[in-house]
Write a protein that binds this ligand. Structure first.
Ligand SMILES: [Zn+2]
Length: 128
């Protein structure tokens, strides 16, 4: 059986927060506002997997009112979602993602070192 999920995520960028994308810290004057580390890429991938599992979204599993998720590394959330997939004997075969941003540092980083933006991908592999 093939299941397909889609996920999107956005976070307002504010000063004084780290910018995390796909588990990678990107040097920037601004970062995502949010309860966790506000890693929009990792959140979108996790949401897509939850959608494929018919398990709601990240807010259902990791509510922003719950202090245990405050400042959490989103790769931890993704790992927990992958555990849920394994529990249902499902595995992630492919992830295709697009990051839209006006922050130039993101584009430079992704072009310069493709391996860096695979931390989230290795979390997928490790957990699968
Ligand atoms: Zn998010």
């Amino acid at each position: 059986m093939l299941r397909i999920g889609t996920g999107t995520d956005t976070h307002r960028l504010v000063e004084g927060r780290p910018l995390m994308l796909g588990g990678v810290h990107i040097a920037s004057d601004v970062g995502g506002e949010g309860h966790s580390d506000a890693d929009a890429l990792t959140h979108a991938v996790a949401d897509a997997i939850l959608g494929a599992l018919s398990e709601g979204d990240l807010g259902v599993h990791f509510p922003d009112k719950d202090p245990q998720w405050s400042g959490v590394n989103s790769l931890e959330l993704l790992s927990r979602v992958m555990w849920l997939a394994r529990e249902r004997s499902l595995r992630v075969v492919n992830v295709d993602s697009t990051v839209a941003t006006r922050i130039a540092e993101v584009e430079v980083l992704y072009r310069r070192n493709e391996s860096k933006h695979c931390r989230g991908c290795s979390a997928l592999r490790l957990a699968a």
